[in-house]
Design a protein around this ligand. Sequence first.
Ligand code: ADP
Ligand code: ZN
Ligand code: ZN
Length: 822
Amino acid sequence: MQVGIALPLPVESTYSYAVPDAWQDLVQIGSMVLVPVRDRRMSGVVTRFEKKAEDPPFRIRPILEVLDAEPVMDQALLDLTRWIAQYYVCGWGEAIRAALPAGIQRREFSRIHLVDEAATLWDRLPDGLLAYFARHDNTATPRGLRMAGLRISRRDLLKAQRQGIVRIESKLEKPRVRPQFVKHVRFVPPFDTIASLKDLKLQLRGVRQRALLDVLIVCLASQETEPALKDVLARAQATSSSFSTLVHRGMVSVIEKERIRLPSWLTPLAAASSKPPDYHPAQQAALETLKAAVEAQSYRTFLLHGVTGSGKTEVYMAALQHALKRNRTGIILVPEISLTPQTVDRFRGRFGDQVAIMHSRMSRGERYDIWRQVRSGHYKIVVGTRSAILAPLDNIGLIVVDEEHDMSYKQQNPAPRYHGRDVAVVRAKMADAVCVLGSATPALESLANVQSGKYQLLSLPERVPIPGYGAAPLPRVWVVDMSREEYQGRRTANLSARLADGIRTRLANREQVILLQNRRGFAPVFQCRECGFVPECQDCSVSVTYHKAYGELRCHYCGLARLPITRCPLCNSDQFRKLGAGTQRIEEELARNFPSARILRLDTDSTRQSRAHFDILSAFGRGEADLLIGTQMVAKGLDFSRVSLVGVVNSDIGLRLPDFRSEERIFQLLMQVAGRAGRAELGGEVILQTRQPDHPAFDHLIRHDFDQFAAYLLKQRKALSYPPYGRVVGVVFKGPNEEATAELADKWLEILKCTLPASIQILGPQAASVVRVKNQYRYHMLLKSPQGFFQLQGLLRQATRQAGQPAEGYQVFIDVDSYGLL
Ligand code: ADP
Ligand code: ZN
Ligand code: ZN
């Protein structure tokens, strides 16, 4: 038998291998196997059975091992990953890897031993290699060498091995995740009743053994038929050796049971299930449409456009209920930072333990366990972040993408550089399922799909009505011109008089305030007062941010911390200016102006630990603080009923980024954070501070008018043929030497000029706005293709083949529908 296997390599095709007779019945489509690839071993997934060719052009090698015969994915997921590989121009095996939990694929691990220390034979020895070997007992790993900046190609290594200079030792890595088993006590007859255990106890003399029996009796009495051994020992204060004696005498036995690892923040399920509310008329209308679509069991995509607090989540849950009734399953995607305990509790509160949570912040073991449980059909619903769209869920009837405009749905690195929302639509189509994209500020791409009739629009134009009040009013929005405030001398550093007054009133009324400053740290610019020198990161071409709380300068690109320079390296002055404001500076300013206020800060610095984000938001939700200051993390997902004021310290951050999506993004962020104000009975107010009050965005924000602003942006996009009126593909080049990186980009330019038709515009190549990150130089270009040009991916493949492998250490990424470039 011969099979096609997808390997985690950036290649389009699958590889053919023979299956030894002994495994003919074992190997299935979707099985994971170990195969030889050139001189290495790799794990891959069986994608099809093949006919043996009469006389194959090359030798078909046999697979080496069956790692997991139970398919790691079914045909539907194979088809979906194949689509991803084709559309996003990457390897099928790479797309498959994105769908599998980290750590189940096996890799070969090699160690290089220096044999001939003189190494006179080897002419292409990189500088410093011998010294490295000398420091490391004459052995090295390829990774270790790379980390030390010693780049050496595999070909040269093999050559050195042939010449007897080095010996390469290859070992297969152990699987990095495996199920966890825990010992449990099992009662054996006749000692499986309370009476018999009591009897037994009278015959035992050891104090610990008697204590153990006491605990076992309590377990039986409370219906704990298989208590965990560890708990029993702890409760009896006994050691495992006293327990062993009982086992040896046949009084109890021990079994191993798998323990499913769950994240600590996943609170045990409350018994009571929440009930759906009485739907308000707009919800009802949306629901009827969705219900009919779910029952029709054929593909449709809906755009559910509703302001924050209009009841979209309730609509998702109701649609899900209908899908379950039809015996189908559902996936709910949420952006990274809105997967909070509150979101999780809402779904688990309604659907109980039918809900699996797949979060990128879970540990490797936790992700592995939940993935296997989903694969075995244990769950009906998956709630998760981007990669949950590739969950091994069967029989899908509904896919929801909440906050569908959110950038975090686009994977940047590594390949596949897929967009979770777009994959959701394709998966729904392949599964004859209904897809619901929800947002208060839909992506322009989705709006265009509504206009062209691909998606159907459902609207929830108002907030959920409050009993006795009617529809909750949208917050009042004020725009404060900061340059004018400055001129009139009314400004205390970063807070306008209006914002400071607003905070004061809320504090007096015991209401809460959220402040957005979309920049972390204390001061983004740290500058010598004498000569104007601004320190840069030593590995990146970007200035570092001053973090007062840690007394450090930090690079926001590579995350490296650097101690503040106490003296300017140019003029020796010790006087520095700290310009601009990050969240830490605003926090300090608030503390100074409102000494009695309780303040919490939410940004990636304050949430290093995986739970911190949840803890800060829950503390704020419980009213343990008055002010919450943070980056865009404060804009998402939570429903705080006591927040009556939202302030944006600097609305202009990001407006001038060299990215055609920057205006769309800022508008979405401001509208989203504004939606946090006044969700319940309290009226809400929003204060936007800016130096560009005439920017058209503000006019629309004041009127809560998303549609008009979107129309304005769409017009601009159309004029320039940017998405949604055309497609963009980024091509990114990276390498350790700037000149060579630029040359690589130029070589691609020549190739693309020949491969692509004239209708495709090529912008660049040019240096990225931060050209060096972690000592890697970055160049990029952007391809703009007209709508409906379906050959683009094929031509990009062709260009890739033509360009061949870049030199060791250099990389080329293709990023279809790229975000965050130019
Ligand atoms: P969105 O997802 O659009 O932000 P939610 O579904 O979270 O809106 O609804 C906002 C709040 O209103 C939630 O607390 C929710 O429980 C409540 N809610 C939603 N629909 C109704 C309804 N029909 N009646 C009463 N409360 C509702
Ligand atoms: Zn200086
Ligand atoms: Zn850096």
